[in-house]
Design a protein around this ligand. Structure first.
Ligand SMILES: [Zn+2]
Length: 130
């Protein structure tokens, strides 16, 4: 057995990229084979994609079925509590309908009055346009 080092040097210099200037002149007169709708081989593997519908639903994710004031047993809604009222007022100053807030009708009415009272003493902004 002879110890042969397998130092195989690659032959550098195989630059075959010469100046192969072929004729680019298209001499095909009237040779327009319309290869538009051809049967593509292969197809699509996998199968039909599962139809995932858009799950965008509900801007307000504050969904409480139970009235907040009923749960906290707040009978009279303090109109001075701006932070409390702001939770039921939209950004534009509109009163959020109770379908979105979940406030019962009784408290919604009191809430509305409280918000209007707060507006009059400039604790809450009126409905701003725009
Ligand atoms: Zn209530």
């Amino acid at each position: 057995m002879s110890d042969e080092t397998q130092g195989k040097a690659p032959e550098a210099g195989a630059a075959a990229a010469g100046s192969d200037s072929g004729p680019v002149s298209s001499q095909g007169s009237g040779q327009s084979s319309g290869s538009g709708s051809g049967p593509r081989p292969g197809g699509r593997p996998g199968g039909p994609r599962p139809a995932g519908g858009p799950g965008g639903r509900g801007k307000f994710f504050r969904r409480k079925k139970v009235c907040k004031f009923c749960t906290e047993k707040i009978d009279a809604i303090p109109y001075r509590d701006v932070r409390l009222l702001q939770g039921f007022v939209a950004e534009r100053g509109k009163i959020v309908p109770r379908r979105l807030t979940g406030v019962c009708t009784t408290h919604q009415r009191r809430l509305t009055r409280a918000i209007k009272q707060a507006r009059n003493i400039a604790l809450l902004p009126f409905a701003t346009r725009g």
